[in-house]
Design a protein around this ligand. Structure first.
Ligand code: ACO
Length: 372
C-alpha cells in the first residue's frame, strides 16, 4: 500500500471526530460538532493515525468545567517518522490542563451537591423572560479570576465557531485584562426539589473590550473645544505616555469582539436578546461613546442590523424618516442635506451610540423599507 493509501485508511475528518457535549451528573443534555477545526488540526481539517476516532469535549453545563475523552478502535503503529497525531499535545494549547484529568474525577466533581447554590461568575446584569423561559445575562471583568477561569475553559469555542476568531491572551497584566468585559448568557431552569444539579444552563458568551478614543481637548485658558464627531481611534500602544487617570474612566468605544450562541440554542432569538442586553449595558455606561463590533460575519451582521433597526424605530424622529422626493438628484458629492435632516440624525446616532457606518446602513434600510 502506498503513502496515499495509508493516509486515507488512517485519516479522520476532525470536524466529525470532535464532539462537544453539555452534561449534568449522569446525563448528556446536548451534543454538537464544531464548525471549524482548521486552527487546531490544520487547513485540511484531518487527523492522522486513528480509526473510529472520537474526541469528546464534555462540559459541565453550568460552570463549563471540561473533560476530554479520546476513544478509537485502532491506532496507527509508528513507521519511521510517520506517527499518529499527538492529540493531547495539540489540544493542550486550547484547553486548561484540568481538561485532561480522569473522567471519574470529573464525574465526582460535577456531582458535588454545592452546585445547587452555584452562581455564574461576575454579577447579574439582566433577567429576560421569554415565554416560559428565563434567561440571565451575567457580566464581569476579565481581571476577575472566576471570569478568567470560565473563559479559559471554553475559549476553544472561538476557533470552533468563529472563522478567523482568535483566543484572548490571558497572561496579560491585570490592568490590560480589565479592558475586557465578559458577558455570559444562561438559561435558568426550574429544578426539582431535592435535585443536586445546578439550575443554570450555559448558552453562550461574548467578550467586549474598551478601545481607547481620542477627543479634542481645548488648550488651557481657551474656550472649550467645539464638540465634534470623534473619528480617531488607537489601540493601546505601550509606547504612548499613559494617561494619569484609570483607563476605565476614559471615553472609549466598546467593541464586541467575540459573540457565540452554542448550536443547540441558535435560531430562537437568544442571540438577539443577548445582543440587546449587552447594548443596553453600554448605553447606560457613561464612558462608552460608541458600541462597535470587531470583524462581524454575515450572520452577526444580520442579527445586528435587525436589532439596531428595531431599536432605532423606537425613536419617533427616526421611524418618521422618509426620503424627501423633492430633493434634486445628484450623481456625485456628499449626501445632499435636503434628503434627510442630517443634524437631527447625528443627534439620534450619538445618543444611541451606534457607529457612523452602521447608522448609515440602518438608516438606508429604514428609508428603503418606507418606499411605498
Ligand atoms: N423564533 C424563531 N426564530 C427567530 C426568533 C424567534 N423568536 N428570533 C429571531 N429568529 C430568527 C432570526 O430572524 C434569524 O433568522 P435568520 O437566520 O433567517 O436570519 C435567526 O433566528 C437568528 O437570530 P437569533 O436567533 O436571534 O440569533 P442566534 O441565537 O442564532 O445567534 C449567532 C446568531 C450569534 C450568529 C449564532 O448563530 C452563533 O453564535 N453562531 C456561531 C458563532 C458566530 O458566528 N458568531 C458571530 C461571529 S462575529 C463576532 O463574534 C463579532
Amino acid at each position: 500500500m502506498g503513502d496515499t493509501g495509508i493516509q486515507d485508511d488512517w485519516s479522520t475528518d476532525s470536524n466529525e471526530a470532535v464532539h462537544v457535549s453539555l452534561v449534568t451528573p449522569g446525563q448528556t443534555l446536548h451534543t454538537f460538532h464544531p464548525k471549524f477545526t482548521y486552527p487546531i488540526f490544520g487547513d485540511e481539517e484531518r487527523i492522522f493515525g486513528y480509526q473510529g476516532l472520537k474526541i469528546n469535549i464534555k462540559y459541565h453545563v453550568c460552570d463549563m468545567r471540561p473533560v476530554v475523552q479520546i476513544t478509537y478502535n485502532r491506532k496507527f503503529k509508528p513507521v519511521g517518522e510517520t506517527e499518529p497525531t499527538d492529540l493531547k499535545a495539540i489540544l493542550e494549547d486550547f484547553l486548561p490542563k484540568t481538561a485532561f484529568e480522569k473522567t471519574a474525577v470529573f464525574d465526582a466533581a460535577i456531582a458535588d451537591p454545592s452546585y445547587t447554590t452555584w452562581k455564574p461568575p461576575g454579577e447579574l446584569w439582566k433577567t429576560i423572560q421569554s415565554g416560559s423561559q428565563t434567561l440571565e445575562v451575567w457580566k464581569g471583568s476579565l481581571a476577575d479570576m472566576a471570569v478568567q477561569q470560565m473563559v479559559k475553559r471554553m475559549q476553544i469555542l472561538v476557533p470552533f465557531f468563529i472563522e478567523g476568531g482568535t483566543m484572548i491572551e490571558l497572561r496579560e497584566p491585570e490592568w490590560s485584562l480589565d479592558r475586557w468585559t465578559v458577558f455570559f448568557l444562561y438559561q435558568k431552569n426550574v429544578v426539582d426539589v431535592g435535585s443536586s444539579s445546578s439550575p443554570y444552563t450555559f448558552m453562550g458568551y461574548s467578550t467586549v473590550y474598551r478601545y481607547f478614543l481620542y477627543q479634542p481637548i481645548a488648550p488651557s485658558g481657551s474656550a472649550p473645544a467645539k464638540k465634534q464627531p470623534i473619528h480617531h481611534e488607537a489601540n493601546l500602544d505601550f509606547k504612548l505616555p499613559l494617561p494619569e487617570v484609570p483607563f476605565s474612566s476614559l471615553p472609549c468605544r466598546s467593541r464586541i469582539s467575540q459573540f457565540i450562541i452554542l448550536p443547540p440554542f441558535q435560531g430562537g432569538g437568544s442571540g438577539s436578546r443577548f445582543y440587546n442586553a449587552i447594548f443596553d449595558y453600554f448605553l447606560k455606561d457613561p464612558t462608552t461613546i460608541e458600541i462597535t463590533v470587531e470583524d462581524p460575519n454575515e450572520a452577526f451582521d444580520d442579527l445586528r442590523d435587525i436589532n439596531d433597526l428595531a431599536r432605532l424605530r423606537t425613536v419617533s424622529k427616526f421611524s418618521a424618516l422618509r426620503i424627501n422626493k423633492n430633493s434634486k438628484p445628484r450623481s456625485k458629492g456628499p449626501v445632499p442635506r435636503d434628503i434627510v435632516d442630517m443634524d437631527a440624525m447625528e443627534r439620534i446616532r450619538s445618543k444611541m451610540k451606534i457607529a457612523p457606518r452602521q447608522f448609515a446602513r440602518v438608516t438606508e434600510m429604514q428609508l428603503l423599507s418606507m418606499i411605498p
